[in-house]
Structure formats: C-alpha cells, structure tokens
Design a protein around this ligand. Structure first.
Ligand code: NAP
Length: 295
C-alpha cells in the first residue's frame, strides 16, 4: 500500500488524488485529524498515531511539515523516520527542498531529514522541490491594490529573480515516482528510484519586473516595479500577523533573491514530466484573477 501524508494540504492532496486515480494501486492518505475511514490519523507530533498509521504501508510519500520552528520540525520528521522503520515501510519518498534553496533559512531541516532518511533501513527517494509559483504569485497579489492605484509595484527583490515551479508539476512527479516504486516492489525488484535524489527546480525565473508586467496585463494600466529595502519589507511583514519564524523565512527568501542566489541551473523536472512544465506566468495570472474574484 502507498500512504501519502498531509493530504489536507496543497501538495499532499494533489499527490493523493493523482495516485488514487491510477488503476491497480492501493492508496491511503493521512491527515492530523484523520477519522480512520476517509483518511488515517497521521500526526507527526504524536508518535502513537504514526505507529498505527503506518501499519501495512510499503511505500510512504512523506510530505514535509515545515510550518514551525526548526526544532519542532526536526522532532516531527525524526519521529516519522523512526516510526516508518519500526513499521517495516520498504521505501520512503520525501518531499525536500531543491539545491537552489540551499542558502535559505528553511533548508537545514530538509537536509537534516535527508541525512536521517539516508541512515535508515528502508530505501529512499528524495524529491527536492523548487520554490512554489505561489510565492511570486502571492507577492503580485499583495501588491495588486497599490499597483492599481499608483501604477507602482513594490517588493524587496532588488534586481534579482527566483526560479519557481507549479505545485501541480511537483505532484505529477511524486505520483509517477511513487507508482513506479510500487510497481517495482510488486515485481520483486529494488526500485529504479531507490537511492535517487531528483532536483525538481522550476525552469522559469521571475523577478519584480516580471510581476509588474503581469500586473500591467491584469490591471489594464501600466505598472512599473520599484524595489524597496529589506528593512521596509521587514516592517510590512511584522504588521501581517505572521509567526516570527515565517518573517525570518520570508526575509531570507527576499535577501537571497536580491543576492541572485535563487536562480536554478538545471533541473530533473522536464525529464520526469509527461509534458512541458506548467508556465509560472500562467500561475501568477491565475492567482491575480482569483484574488480579483474572477475565478
Ligand atoms: N517548495 C516550496 O516553495 C514550499 C513552500 C512552502 C512550504 N513547503 C513545504 O512543503 C510542504 C507541503 O506543502 P503544501 O503546499 O502541501 O503545504 P500546506 O498546504 O500548508 O499543507 C501542509 C500539510 O502538512 C500537514 N501537517 C502540518 N503539521 C503536521 C504534523 N505535525 N503532522 C502531520 N502533518 C502535518 C498539514 O496538515 P493539517 O491540515 O492537519 O495542518 C497539511 O496537510 C509544507 O508543509 C512545507 O514543509 C514548500
């Protein structure tokens, strides 16, 4: 059986639906509030739920649960590895962070988890996911009202750009990889994906100028990009009611875009997808339309 964790979330939900649509696979999903019927109860903060929830699972699609302080994420990811070993899971697919994200403050728990998985008794495949297209899309949405009024889009991106990827593409790869692993195990062989790390970087980079261009199209008025300092971004983020660690991670993203660190060189994504990666620009336009109530 394949079990996907975090199916109440954006990525886990897509992976679970994609696997469930395939013939001949036994697929289960896990959520923190699982009722045991539609979904198993899988709470990484509650080891007892993992011991029961991983029963009968041979392929575990372990979606990271990174929304917390690092020490909390390390504890919960470590508990998943321990429980998967104890339950006799044969192969774990972990959704990690792409190489271009190495300098980000969100990177250490991912790399720590990769190392814990590598030392475990089961086979492992690492899907190193690029930054979601919703990150630049969210910035465009945040700046849309001001841009509509003033014709200026502001963000702390300097002249840098970030490579981004559609979450749907990442889910499509996870579905393919998990299904192929299950087939390989059923055929009595070690999976072709065992021991592999795939860099699922996007193939498109966007910066402030690109977001202003998208806003120009949607708002039907010229919008130009004006970079703002990190100090102004910090002040603005503080007023949004975010958790302190979210402010840290967001500023780290901005600062690495400004430094030109988030542009990927090379990706395994195109080779693992049946079609071209979804254009990030389309995702940004869709997010702007949705925010304007268009869809
Ligand atoms: N590559 C990127 O750009 C990027 C950006 C943001 C996040 N991420 C990482 O990718 C992961 C998946 O992304 P997403 O878009 O699916 O996020 P999402 O929509 O916020 O979903 C997160 C999922 O993690 C589950 N979760 C949280 N804490 C958990 C716990 N203690 N035990 C078990 N499950 C728990 C949530 O369950 P509940 O519904 O019960 O809370 C939810 O299903 C995130 O969790 C984060 O680690 C990557």
């Amino acid at each position: 059986m394949i079990l996907v964790t975090g199916i109440s979330g954006g990525l886990g939900g897509l992976i679970h639906r994609g696997l469930s649509a395939l013939d001949g696979l036994e697929v289960a999903g896990g959520t923190r509030s699982g009722d045991g019927v539609t979904a198993r109860r899988i709470d990484f903060d509650d080891p007892a739920s993992l011991a029961a929830g991983f029963h009968g699972v041979d392929v575990l699609v372990f979606v990271s649960a990174g929304y917390a302080e690092d020490d909390v994420v390390l504890a919960r990811h470590g508990a998943v590895v321990d429980a998967a070993e104890a339950a006799g899971v044969r192969h774990v697919v972990y959704t990690s962070l792409a190489r271009s994200g190495e300098p980000l403050t969100i990177a250490p728990p991912h790399r720590w988890t990769e190392a814990r998985l590598a030392a475990a008794s089961f086979e492992v495949t690492i899907l190193r996911n690029g930054l979601y297209a919703e990150i630049p899309a969210g910035l465009a949405v945040l700046g849309a009202a001001t841009a509509a009024e003033s014709g200026v889009f502001t963000a702390a991106l300097g002249t840098g750009r970030m490579t981004a990827v559609a979450r749907e593409d990442l889910a499509d790869v996870a579905v393919r990889v998990a299904a192929e692993i299950r087939h390989d195990l059923a055929a009595g062989r070690r999976s072709r994906h065992a021991g592999r790390t795939y860099e699922l970087e996007g193939v498109e980079a966007v910066g402030g100028g690109d977001l202003a261009e998208a806003l120009t199209g949607v708002l039907d008025r010229p919008v130009r990009y004006r970079p703002i300092p990190l100090s102004a971004a910090r002040e603005a983020l503080t007023g949004l009611g975010l958790e302190p660690y979210q402010v840290t991670h967001t500023l780290s993203t901005f600062s690495n875009v400004i430094a030109g660190n988030l542009q990927a060189r090379g990706s395994d994504l195109p080779a693992l997808l049946p079609a071209k990666p979804r254009p990030v620009r389309d995702q940004i336009l869709r997010a702007l339309a949705a925010a304007a109530g268009g869809h």
